[in-house]
Design a protein around this ligand. Structure first.
Ligand SMILES: [Zn+2]
Length: 89
């Protein structure tokens, strides 16, 4: 490899033929929001804040507690564990 080849590598492939759309084209329509990001879905969800976040996670507006409890119960049954005792303070 000589120095000219290296310079070509650093410069990259150069300008491509597919550049900007023509000026007389209308701007592309914005993509519709995914369902879980719509203001209606966020407002209807009791779990997330006004921006659709549960803490630091984007909320999918699904209640996962039922599935989680069912899964832990199945694990406890399989492993022979007792359910944790709830203490009231
Ligand atoms: Zn939510």
């Amino acid at each position: 490899m000589n120095d000219d080849d290296r310079d070509d590598y650093r410069r990259g492939p150069g300008p491509t033929t597919a550049t900007k759309p023509a000026a007389n084209q209308p701007p592309p329509k914005p993509e519709p929001l995914p369902q879980h990001l719509t203001p209606t879905a966020i407002a209807a969800c009791p779990d997330c804040d006004n921006h659709g976040y549960c803490g630091t996670t984007v909320c999918d507006h699904q209640d996962h507690q039922t599935a989680a409890k069912r899964g832990m119960a199945a694990i406890r049954a399989q492993m022979g564990w007792k359910a944790p005792e709830r203490t009231t303070t």
